[in-house]
Write a protein that binds this ligand. Structure first.
Ligand SMILES: Nc1ncnc2c1ncn2[C@@H]1O[C@H](COP(=O)(O)OP(=O)(O)OP(=O)(O)O)[C@@H](O)[C@H]1O
Length: 253
């Protein structure tokens, strides 16, 4: 049986002062899917994530999470609590706290910073955090200050924080930006490990990284606020429309 949809965006439009950033956008994500979204600058990729997370509200259209939950009327906090977590391009970790504390602070059921850091941590919390540390390959840095991590490690910690928040849908904006080649490859491995257990939308420009995470999966190309095409990495890379509006320009740049 096919997996159900976790995200269903239909007929979505968003204008800023008369400029159409998103135009009749339809986007469907199956539970457990890892979808990469590519497209030229200004295509509407960030705006699309803003619409899912409630940061921006659409002019028209519906965005449904799971079977029934309509996201448009909900606040950003309510959307986070439903299990939608977003990682921005620049990592935002608590640099003066340890890696362990960063994850503790993000644990599901926000308890307030004071209570989280100074109340007794349960063995269930510790086990959960250690499991996440293993997943994000930061077990060795458990008690180090987050501020001492490399750029790539901060990004992984932030992904770990989304896991601690119990996010079912992860929205990840340009994770490979600013990373070394080795860190980029490890980030790809991490996302592939999370796919299936989580549903993931990744926005990315780095086509080597896109190949790593999207081979055998569907890629969406956005252009002028709409889906230009969807298909395998090879299919979109060879699509004349995509070459004209995006990949051709990237090569020339
Ligand atoms: N708050 C806003 N006010 C006015 N215009 C906006 C606003 N947010 C986005 N836009 C415009 O909407 C269009 C889509 O922008 P968006 O940032 O979503 O594109 P993008 O695909 O993420 O681009 P990039 O790859 O450069 O990040 C752009 O022309 C942008 O200038």
């Amino acid at each position: 049986m096919d997996h159900p949809l976790i995200l269903n965006a239909e007929g979505v439009n968003k204008s800023f002062a008369g400029f159409k950033a998103i135009t009749d956008l339809n986007f469907y994500l199956v539970e457990g899917e890892l979808r990469t979204v590519i497209g030229p600058n200004g295509a509407g990729k960030t705006t699309f994530l803003d619409l899912i997370t409630g940061r921006t509200k659409p002019d028209t259209g519906t965005i449904t999470f799971g079977a029934l939950t309509e996201l448009v009327p909900l606040s950003e906090h309510e959307i986070v609590r439903l299990g939608i977590g977003r990682k921005f391009q620049t990592p935002t970790v608590y640099t003066e706290h340890t890696v362990f504390e960063n994850l503790l602070l993000s644990l599901e059921g926000v308890r307030g910073v004071w209570q989280t850091l100074f109340s007794r941590t349960t063995s269930t919390d510790i086990d959960r955090i250690d499991e996440i540390l293993k997943t994000i390959n930061l077990g060795m840095r458990r008690n180090d200050l987050a501020g001492s991590l490399s750029h790539g490690q901060k990004q992984w910690l932030e992904i770990g924080m989304l896991l601690a928040q119990n996010s079912k849908l992860l929205l990840i904006d340009e994770p490979a930006a600013g990373m070394s080649d080795d860190e980029t490859a490890l980030t790809g491995e991490l996302l592939l490990k999370l796919a299936g257990k989580h549903s993931i939308i990744v926005i990315e420009h780095d086509m080597v990284f896109v190949k790593q995470i999207a081979t055998g999966r569907k890629v969406t190309v956005l252009h002028q606020g709409s889906v230009l095409c969807e298909g395998s990495v090879d299919a979109v890379q060879n699509d004349p429309k995509v070459i004209e509006v995006y990949l051709g320009r990237k090569k020339a740049a």
